[in-house]
Design a protein around this ligand. Structure first.
Ligand code: C5P
Length: 300
């Protein structure tokens, strides 16, 4: 029986612009995704029968049919028109509801690894289409490194890796629902002119990075702003919310500056009960090495 183990990476959005609300209810985005060195571990073992069984450790996530890992497995089997079985074990370290794409990353890893484990002849375009149907952020985790996402975030253009950066991640003791944050944003409908944004905050164009979901998330959870300001005060070159939150991150050019900022946050950690950690950005090559299964047929 084949067995593969991979790491499912987390991401941050280094920049996120909301261009407007689409007729299908989604929001048109222009965002920069970046993989970071915070991973879930996923173990896949082929089964003799046609059962797909998922076990989870490290998070109190229910194993329901709605779980993105099981949805990915089902979508793959339906697309390939076959029945197969696997035991999947997910060991979670990426916070749930944190804007770090953990569930999306798990789904992308499942698509990629099960396609190899079951020796399905699907193209990259097939996997991308399945990924986009599962969630807007899922296709990015088939690419990794740094990439620009447009449309719902699912239309991807891989970008060259930037210089390695150190990030201080702040996990507040609450999560945020992506759908609820988008409702709080109350964006105007898209206009016909491509590239024109009808959100006032988007009108500055270019310039420093930003996240147009920040003010909506901060209107739901006022405490978020304090983390962002604290990271800026401690020398972060950029301090932003990731995706729809609740994770806030500060970017530092070297490890020493990140460590100093981390130490400077001790009081805020104690007071707010937020968890914090330092992580590095992950290049596309390192992502490929650690997130991809070895060639199908070998033991993982
Ligand atoms: O695509 P996904 O299922 O991950 O999106 C979750 C929710 O986030 C959607 O139901 C929608 O409310 C919101 N969303 C959006 N525009 C996007 C991505 C997500 O409005 N580009």
């Amino acid at each position: 029986m084949n067995a593969f183990s991979v790491e499912a990476f987390a991401k941050v959005n280094r920049d996120l612009r909301v261009l407007g609300k689409r007729p299908d209810g989604y929001h048109e985005l222009d965002t920069i995704f970046q993989t970071i060195d915070l991973t879930d571990r996923m173990d896949f073992l082929e089964r003799e029968d046609d059962e797909v069984q998922l076990t989870i450790e490290g998070a109190s996530l229910p194993v329901s049919e709605e779980n993105l890992v099981l949805r990915a497995a089902r979508a793959l089997l339906a697309r390939a028109g076959v029945t197969r079985g696997a035991d999947i074990h997910l060991s979670k370290k990426i916070p749930v509801g944190g804007g770090l794409g953990g569930g999306s990353s798990n789904a992308a890893a499942t698509l990629r690894v099960l396609a190899a484990l079951w020796k399905l002849s699907l193209t990259d375009a097939d996997l991308h289409a399945l990924a986009a149907a599962i969630g807007s952020d899922v296709p990015f985790f088939l690419v990794g490194g740094r990439a620009r996402g447009t449309g719902r975030g699912e239309i991807l253009r891989p970008l060259a890796d930037g210089p390695e950066e150190w990030l201080v991640l702040v996990f507040p003791p609450f999560s945020l629902s992506t759908a609820v944050v988008y409702v709080a944003l109350s964006a105007s409908p898209l206009t016909d002119s491509p590239g024109f944004s009808n959100l006032r905050s988007s009108d500055s164009g270019g310039g420093p990075d930003r996240n147009d979901l920040e003010s909506a998330a901060e209107s739901l959870q006022g405490g978020l702003r304090r983390f962002r300001l604290a990271l800026s005060d401690l020398g972060a070159t950029s301090a932003r919310l990731s995706g729809s939150g609740s994770t806030v991150f500060g970017v530092f050019g070297d490890e020493e500056s990140a460590r100093r900022a981390f130490e400077g946050l001790a009081g805020l950690r104690e007071e707010t009960k937020a968890t914090m950690m330092i992580v590095k950005t992950v290049s596309r090559a390192a992502f490929a090495r650690r997130a991809m299964p070895p060639t199908a047929g070998q033991r993982g």
